[in-house]
Design a protein around this ligand. Structure first.
Ligand SMILES: Cc1cc2nc3c(=O)[nH]c(=O)nc-3n(C[C@H](O)[C@H](O)[C@H](O)COP(=O)(O)OP(=O)(O)OC[C@H]3O[C@@H](n4cnc5c(N)ncnc54)[C@H](O)[C@@H]3O)c2cc1C
Length: 409
């Protein structure tokens, strides 16, 4: 059995497979993964469709990276979104671009993305060992020794760590990469949930499943304002959906406990416009119950919750006073919840935090502390918003390290 390789990659997810494909242009490569198959997380991306990149300029990618976007400058310029699309198209995967420049496989099947990558690995003769737990990694002289639980020891000159973040443990996520980095003297920025639901102190169980369209979610923390326009969903204990997920990534390093987060249900209408509308309609529909009128403003369950939270009860529209009208407007423009926490890291779509990029060369993804040791993908302290930006981070850093390990840069 072959145990000596030029390059070994620990982790066969998006970043690891891409690193393997590029390193194997010139070198003998082994990928080690403890899962029973490659790309298990890729399989569930984009709700099974895999939003594999965002068809936009490097600048747009940098703007959508929440943590350490500057670090990504070289990697994204070296392997752009267009390069990603070309790579997959050249290797037989047709793609299509949707709303928001999101790129998907034309088949809408993430499994086709994995198949394409695995075909490339096979074509280049990359060896893969699955169901393989690693016991220890050491460096003796210039050689890395990777001892597996099975007793097999692999050796290599370059080691690429592509073990991902902590979210979705069922896909094989582990803190192995963080521990390995620490062992070699790297600092780990505390991992926190990103792109995850925001759990609130309020009892929102009655709102479970409610979906709001075109609202603004906003908060002010530490003197800075954050605001997101779009769709919002409720679970039994949290705010989720696109606006909340994005918000979670923007505020996850702040002291958010018990801070107020608010919904503007009518962002297109100013207070004055709402005032005019209500003055007019309260006369036209004077006999209508205020509660029934709320159903014309909000989805039914949200209207009931709003009715119970805002102290106006058992009135016809004609009976509403100016003060009532003001209360109604104020709450439509600013309906408050109290933040308890972000949801568990396992539930986040990505992990923010990880290997501190200060000790990683952004031109190669090689450790500045240990020669020929590389870190790529989500194991790094880099995370982005939704739209295909996170996978582009995995592809671009994977390519960079793969090329560098193969001395192709
Ligand atoms: C539900 C969901 C949907 C998503 N959708 C999208 C999307 O549509 N577009 C997008 O851009 N991003 C999306 N993401 C984010 C994206 O999947 C990740 O950012 C990306 O997979 C990170 O790639 P990676 O290679 O760094 O890590 P991973 O893909 O997580 O791969 C890490 C690999 O390392 C292996 N590993 C871990 N520990 C060990 C160990 N001790 N020994 C051996 N192997 C190990 C794992 O088994 C795994 O195969 C989504 C994430 C989730 C959870």
């Amino acid at each position: 059995m072959e145990t000596n390789f030029d390059v070994i990659i620990i982790g066969g997810g998006a970043a690891g497979m891409m690193a393997g494909i590029f390193a194997s242009e010139k070198k003998r490569v082994l990928i080690i993964d403890h899962n029973e198959k490659l790309g298990k997380k890729l399989y569930i991306t984009g709700k099974g469709k895999c939003n594999l990149t965002n068809n936009s300029e490097v600048e747009t990618h940098l703007n959508n990276i929440v943590t350490n976007s500057k670090f990504m400058y070289s990697a994204l310029n070296n392997f752009t979104a267009q390069d990603t699309i070309n790579f997959f198209e050249t290797n037989g995967l047709k793609t299509r671009t949707e709303r928001g420049n999101r790129v998907f496989p034309a088949s809408d099947k993430s499994s086709d993305v994995i198949k394409c990558l695995v075909n490339c690995l096979n074509k280049n003769g990359v060896k893969v060992t699955l169901n393989t737990e690693i016991k220890s990694v050491t460096k003796q002289g210039d050689v890395f020794h990777i001892l597996c639980m099975s007793g097999v020891e692999y050796t290599c000159n370059s080691l690429i760590v592509a073990t991902g973040g902590l979210s979705y443990a069922g896909t094989g996520a582990s803190d192995f990469g963080f521990q390995l980095a620490k062992q070699f003297g790297h600092k780990i920025v505390k991992p926190v949930s990103a792109l995850c639901p925001i759990v609130v102190n309020d009892d929102v169980s009655a709102l479970n499943g409610v979906s709001l369209r075109n609202v603004t979610l906003y908060t002010k923390i530490g003197g800075k304002s954050y605001s997101q326009f779009g769709d919002l969903l409720f679970t039994y204990n949290s705010l989720t959906g696109p606006t909340a997920l994005t918000m979670s990534s923007l505020i996850n390093k702040l002291n958010i406990k018990n801070q107020t987060i608010s919904i503007d249900f009518k962002p297109a209408l100013s207070q004055e416009k709402l005032e005019e509308k209500f003055k007019r309609e309260f006369v036209t529909f004077a006999k209508k119950d205020y509660k029934n009128y709320l159903y014309t403003l909000l989805p039914a369950k949200m209207a009931d919750y709003f009715y119970n939270s805002v102290g106006i009860k058992n009135k016809k529209l004609a009976d509403l006073t100016k003060a009532d009208r003001n209360i109604l407007i104020t709450h439509l423009k600013k309906f408050d919840f109290s933040i308890k926490s972000l949801d568990n890291i396992n539930v986040g779509i990505v992990t923010s935090g990880g290997v501190d990029v200060k000790d990683i060369d952004s031109h190669t993804c090689m450790s500045k502390l240990v020669k020929n040791l590389y870190f790529v993908g989500e194991v790094l302290d880099v995370d982005a918003l939704t739209g295909g930006f996170n996978l582009q981070i995995a592809w671009s850093t994977g390519v960079l390290a793969g090329k560098s390990a193969a001395n192709l840069t």
